[in-house]
Write a protein that binds this ligand. Structure first.
Ligand code: TMP
Length: 236
């Protein structure tokens, strides 16, 4: 597989073309941002951890019947994925109150919901990724009604698989963000990443935060939290 031109550089990843027009290469960086890029920093070793953790989760989800963009892990930080057209929605599932949910509704963090919630935000940095509902997404032709239904069902399925998986690692899956893409034939697949950057993980006993909130909130021991999650997930 030959690596060709850089197509896109995001906050945490670079995406390159390859000699296969249906396949892209993702290269994970140690750069971290928060609050729509207002806060910037680096988390040493993050790129390698997020690459390996994401790929582990994608393989697990594929085994459980969730189609993903994953193709092959090439090295510590580099992975081949299927080229998709990204649905410009951030799909957020929550099991426990935290973050913007707690802030928006004026409640404490840590309320365990009877049922998971789902919400969408419009992937648009200029607008600060505003919250939107399914009708707004359909009105703006970001996705069709059928695609939204597929995305919802897949997101809840991902939640069930991940909740059970993390429970065994003594980790509560508080909330997470997913992105979906379309293959050339229109099939919706899970894309982007699943990592401590995009999930909230709390130790089930101590409730210690083991995710990017340590960076967002200046809690210290950021690298250790990422390493701890990699150790629990990959056993190393
Ligand atoms: P929130 O509580 O700030 O809305 O975040 C919900 C989840 O989504 C949390 O696990 C972190 C993740 N997330 C991202 O992956 N990217 C983002 O840009 C934001 C704001 C949140």
């Amino acid at each position: 597989m030959e690596i060709k031109e850089l197509l896109y550089e995001g906050k945490a990843k670079k995406v390159y073309a390859t000699d296969d027009p249906a396949v892209l290469l993702v290269d994970y960086k140690d750069d971290a941002t928060a609050f729509n890029g207002l806060k910037k920093g680096t988390i040493a070793g993050k790129g390698a951890i997020n690459n390996r953790v994401t790929n582990y989760m994608m393989r697990l989800l594929e085994k459980e019947g969730v189609p993903t963009h994953y193709v092959e892990e090439l090295s510590e930080r580099k992975t081949l994925v299927k080229k998709v057209s990204i649905v410009p929605l951030e799909v957020i599932i929550r099991n426990i109150s935290a973050g913007s949910f707690a802030k928006r509704f004026g409640v404490e963090e840590g309320i365990v919901f009877a049922e998971p919630t789902i919400e969408f935000s419009y992937k648009n940095d200029e607008l600060g990724d505003p919250l939107m509902n399914a009708y707004h997404a359909i009105a703006l032709s970001l996705a069709t009604r059928e695609e939204i239904e597929t995305i919802k069902a897949m997101a809840f399925k991902v939640n069930e698989v991940m909740k059970a998986f993390f429970k065994k690692l003594n980790v509560d899956l508080v909330d997470f963000k997913l992105e979906f893409g379309r293959l050339p034939d229109g099939t919706i697949v899970l894309a982007d990443e699943i990592s401590p950057d995009t999930c909230r993980f709390w130790d089930s006993e101590t409730h210690e935060k083991l995710d990017k909130d340590r960076f967002r909130r200046d809690l210290g021991n950021v690298e250790d939290a990422y390493k701890e999650m990699m150790k629990r997930i990959l056993g190393e």
